[in-house]
Design a protein around this ligand. Structure first.
Ligand code: SAH
Length: 240
């Protein structure tokens, strides 16, 4: 016996919400509006215009990268403490540093200073592979677990001193350093591909540093000073 029209209607009414639910994120993101506001007021308004970068900043749920007690401030216009004296950088700084390396889908990027994993996630929204090194084991372990849970399979986290870079996967199309270095680590320059770009804050610990962009062109290094910044210090294993 074929089912009556009423039965079919009932089945489709019942099935629809179930099927539909499967296509939607499980929970609505309560921070979506704040994130949109952050992108418009803090990032686009200050001149970041790379569409892929803006899309990544709109996509990555920054509140999941900060301790729960500061989640309500995750989209504010400043850096935030993430524990053990470290910080997650200001959203604008993350967007700006991502834009200056001119990220594309084919790129392999090295980040020094994983911290919360937020910058790595923003990069991973755009580029093919991200390798990131963190010197504080607690942060490295937590960030690796967070990135995995969020599905960022293309990010690999290593715990160690980023001064040496990550030779195994070199050369890199771009290198993003998110801790203030007193001098530029030579191994990072060596691991930068010909035509590659590195962005790095250089200067004394806890004082004003200069964000620098270094390009490797025909084997030569071309350095441009971008802006004054203050990042947490680039520490060394066995030193500090
Ligand atoms: N990119 C991070 C913020 C980084 S804060 C984010 O998106 O959350 C700077 C980080 O650099 C800190 O976690 C600090 O522990 C780490 N760091 C400092 N010196 C380092 C070094 N030599 N090698 C690797 N990580 C280092």
């Amino acid at each position: 016996m074929s089912p009556s029209v009423n039965t079919l209607l009932l089945i489709s009414l019942l099935a629809f919400p179930i099927l539909n639910q499967g296509n939607r994120p499980v929970q609505k993101d309560p921070f979506e509006e704040k994130r949109e506001h952050m992108v418009r007021r803090q990032i686009e308004a200050r001149g970041v215009s790379d569409l892929a970068v803006l899309k990544a900043m709109r996509t990555v749920r920054r509140h999941l990268f900060v301790p729960p007690e500061v989640a309500s401030k995750a989209y504010a216009d400043h850096a935030l403490p993430i524990g053990l004296g470290q910080t997650i950088s200001q959203p604008y700084m993350v967007a700006y540093m991502t834009e200056v390396i001119r990220p594309t889908a084919q790129m392999k990027v090295l980040e020094i200073g994983t911290g919360s994993g937020y910058q790595a996630a923003v990069l991973a929204e755009i580029v093919r592979e991200v390798y990131t090194i963190e010197i504080v084991p607690e942060h490295g372990v937590a960030a690796a677990a967070r990135l995995k849970k969020l599905g960022y399979e293309q990010v690999q986290v290593k715990i160690g001193d980023g001064y040496q870079g990550w030779e195994e996967h070199a050369p890199y199309d771009a290198i993003v350093v998110t801790a203030g270095a007193e001098t530029i680590p030579p191994p990072l320059l060596e691991q930068l591909k010909e035509g590659g770009r590195m962005v790095i804050p250089v200067g004394p610990a806890y004082r004003t540093q200069t964000l620098k962009l270094i390009e490797k062109k025909k084997g030569k290094l071309i350095t441009k000073n971008l802006m004054p910044v203050i990042f947490v210090p680039f520490t060394r294993s066995g030193k500090n």
